[in-house]
Write a protein that binds this ligand. Sequence first.
Ligand code: LLP
Length: 437
Amino acid sequence: MEHSTNTAGILEIGGVDVSTLKKEYGTPLYVYDVGRIRQNARAFVETFEQEGIPAQVAYASKAFSSVAMIQVADEEKLSLDVVSEGELYTALEAGFPVKKIHMHGNNKSRAELKMAVDAKIGCIVVDNFYEIALLEEILEEENTTMDVLLRVTPGIEAHTHDYILTGQEDSKFGFDLTSGQADRAFASLLESPGMNVIGLHCHIGSQIFETSGFLMATRKLFDIMKKWKEEYSFEAKVLNLGGGFGIRYTEEDDPLSLNEYARALMSEVKFQSEKQNYPMPEIWIEPGRAIVGDAGLTLYEAGSVKEIEGVRTYLSVDGGMTDNIRPALYDARYDIKAAERMNEEERRTYAIAGKCCESGDMLIWDATLPDITPGDTLAVFSTGAYGYSMSNNYNRFPKAAVVFVENGSHQLVIRRESFDEVTRFDLNFKTGGDTDE
Ligand code: LLP
């Protein structure tokens, strides 16, 4: 993540120094540089505009869903991808234009589908036969229609962590292309009076650096669109190629720029459209991580230091797997800095530990930092995606606050949880039960 340091050696984000943020809001604290979010969004939007291809960039709100974030997405003219009632509710609370909302999910409930239909969102991405039947029923009951995309699994194994890989045949998501499952689903959608199929969707995985997987998926989708054009005279208005664009977490990562990802996709789409003589559909993508990942960092306060002579020095911080579960879950790597001692020589190696009662609660195994004393401020970079959104209350830690900074000003956009809120659903136990006779 790009960052600047002021003359006192203090890290600044969005024109605000981290000491001010720590003093005002405490730690652990998620801080987002709104300017960077806008820059990321524009990199996609402007590349599509330059290529002259009608496109929609839908922010995958699972990466970080909050009212303020969704309002920024709206300001940047993004569309929105939601995967649950909760994410849809947040989008509606944020006043996001409903027609630009798309809903995903491999097990959408009747309530979720009904909420989407009632809210008159732009489109539902249909994932399985159970959902087709449910949605058909709801549309019939409500005597209305819905635009849908058919989600297919193109049989592509992208190089990423197994848990965030989704485009291979053996996946819980979407209809398989090779077994004829997708053909059957498509035929049944065409027969449904309530469902208006506008195109196809695929998502091959997350944190992907190479374009080859995206290009292969594009080819496979054009092949099937061509086949369905011949068989059913169906022309897709929309081709949604999902998200998954990889970002830099540490020096070891070498992603393309967002413009490069977008350009690579566009040139393959143009090539396929010409080669297959298929009218150019509108291209939709759904980046989550690439919009918010490198725009966020987490501030912690350093606490205990435990040195095991000749083995390792553990430096514990006041957060951990409750605010960032990615290292424990995916072996994810991050960079860290002593945020108020940026000009000091980094000469000590620390293992950065969280404070949960679990040995696996480690944020970084080998961080190089100046000598740290308790009370120092530490910044872990690129925590903007899947940090807050996967945060939890393990050990009954309250969830951390989120602050947005832009042009030298800062504002709280999610409050820190209080202990009252941590216990808000707890009820007293009454021996013998509380049923009134
Ligand atoms: N579209 C669909 C259908 C998806 O399933 C996903 C992510 C995205 C878009 C956005 O992908 P992105 O551009 O953010 O890579 N919790 C994991 C990531 C899970 C991603 C799930 N689906 C992590 O922390 O890495």
